[in-house]
Design a protein around this ligand. Structure first.
Ligand SMILES: [Zn+2]
Length: 73
């Protein structure tokens, strides 16, 4: 691991997809969806970028990052 001062979940080089809607916790419109590596593999999280509240979590395919790349082309 490198010496990142921030939580590793926020420093992954993944594409964050902006999500419409307000955070139910802090009320800000700063939701984003992106894949993270969890214990069971890739997981898609929708998370407030302001207070880091997890709005939604859903399992992702093992090739999640590749799928994301093809979707963005
Ligand atoms: Zn929030």
């Amino acid at each position: 691991m490198h010496h990142f001062p921030r939580p590793s979940e926020l420093t992954l080089s993944v594409t964050r997809e902006p999500v419409d809607g307000l955070c139910p916790v802090c009320g800000r419109e700063s939701l984003a969806r992106y894949p993270v590596v969890a214990e069971h593999g890739w997981t898609i999280v929708t998370k407030c970028q302001t207070c880091l509240h997890s709005v939604e979590r859903s399992p992702h395919s093992p090739l999640g990052s590749i799928t994301l790349l093809s979707d963005s082309v």
